[in-house]
Ligand binder design. Structure first.
Ligand SMILES: C[S@@+](CC[C@H](N)C(=O)[O-])C[C@H]1O[C@@H](n2cnc3c(N)ncnc32)[C@H](O)[C@@H]1O
Ligand code: SF4
Length: 333
């Protein structure tokens, strides 16, 4: 049972941990090519500090931890972090969201350390388009990373795609064709107002309904009945067993069943991707006037407080919605 229940009755079980805000790609919907507003190094949590938070959080009922970023596999000790999470007294399920570039080298060590699942982001099947969309010519590395993840037994590998109008929205069917061939579990994510460059435009984004219509030109899609707290609406493709997911964060928010909390790389707690406020954990972790027991108690208190303060919804569709100050790469997507 989770002790992290908010005032709307939502029990929190899923913690997204950003290991770094740095990245080796520059996906246009995430950060501009010349992005330079990095989190200062001395504010980044050490691995010991992060492990203390994870130890407390899992004792309160967090049973799933997703490592993200920025690009989480850029953290030099990521394999060790996975191993240490797996050794916690209440070890959670561990997954990672990655652009896949370093998976060729790391998939096997990560799986051996206890990683259970991997989500790889891939928005196009065209090498030149990939380079244009990410400002880096690394398409082949993603494909090789996906293969390595499958060979390491991290299956089914999930693939996340964001479609942008006039950029890659002609690839919806091709992405699903390829996913079915390769055994990837594909999910399309609606583009959200979280990019550092502020390019998101509500009137121009590709909606979940459009994605459904595009896929339906070739495939019959039938809703999978059980969704729980999962953000993706899943559909059987041509009767199953293969499925495709659509994450309609903007047009059909799933806030009512949200069970997620976020810890940024610099030790701030967030109860929503779109929250305007963060709750500082780093100051408690670095407060030298506290002994170990007091520090744990303070981390527990702040975890409960951030859950208590969670709003019923993200408000993207409200008049007056203001994009969070920090971009997705700093929050931990
Ligand atoms: C911020 S990234 C971090 C992990 C890793 N670097 C990656 O790309 O998978 C996590 C996920 O957020 C998605 N993402 C980033 N910016 C987004 C945006 N503005 N709207 C929707 N999804 C976004 C990415 O496509 C990716 O699947
Ligand atoms: S989506 Fe992921 S890979 Fe792309 S720029 Fe953002 S953090 Fe990097």
């Amino acid at each position: 049972m989770s002790e992290l229940v908010d005032t709307y009755g939502r029990a929190h079980r899923d913690l997204r941990v950003s290991l770094t805000d740095r990245c080796n790609l520059r996906c246009t919907y995430c950060m501009p090519n010349d992005f330079a507003d990095w989190i200062p190094g001395d504010t980044l949590l050490t691995t010991d500090e992060m492990m203390l938070v994870l130890d407390v959080a899992t004792s309160l009922g967090i049973d799933g931890v997703r490592l993200t970023g920025g690009e989480p596999l850029l953290r030099p000790d990521v394999v060790d972090i996975v191993r240490r999470i797996n050794e916690l007294p209440n070890a959670p399920k561990i997954s990672v969201t990655t652009n896949g570039l370093r998976l060729t080298a790391l998939a096997k060590p990560l799986a051996d350390a206890g990683l259970q699942r991997v989500n790889v982001s891939l928005d196009t099947l065209d090498r030149e388009r990939f380079a244009k969309l990410t400002y880096r010519d690394r398409f082949d590395d993603v494909l090789s990373g996906l293969k390595a993840a499958q060979e390491a037994g991290l299956t089914p590998v999930k693939v996340n795609s964001v479609l942008m109008r006039g950029v890659n929205d002609d690839e919806a069917i091709a992405l699903l064709d390829r996913a079915l061939d390769e055994g990837w579990s594909l999910r399309f994510i609606e583009q959200m107002p979280l990019d550092a460059g502020g390019i998101w435009d509500r009137t121009d984004m590709i909606t979940a309904d459009e994605i459904f219509a595009m896929l339906s030109e070739k495939y019959s899609l039938e809703a999978v009945p059980t969704r729980g707290s999962a953000p993706a609406e899943e559909f059987y493709v041509n009767g199953g067993p293969a499925t495709v997911g659509i994450i309609a964060s903007v047009t059909r928010p799933f806030c009512a069943s949200c069970d997620r909390l976020r810890l940024t790389a610099d030790g701030q707690l967030r109860n929503c991707l779109f929250a305007r406020d963060e709750l500082d954990l780093r100051s408690a972790l670095r407060d030298e006037s506290l002994n170990d027991e007091q520090r744990r108690a303070e981390v527990e208190r702040r975890l409960k407080l951030v859950v208590h303060d969670k709003l019923p919804g993200h408000g993207i569709n409200d008049i007056g919605f203001i994009q969070p100050d920090r971009p997705m790469s700093a929050i931990g997507g």
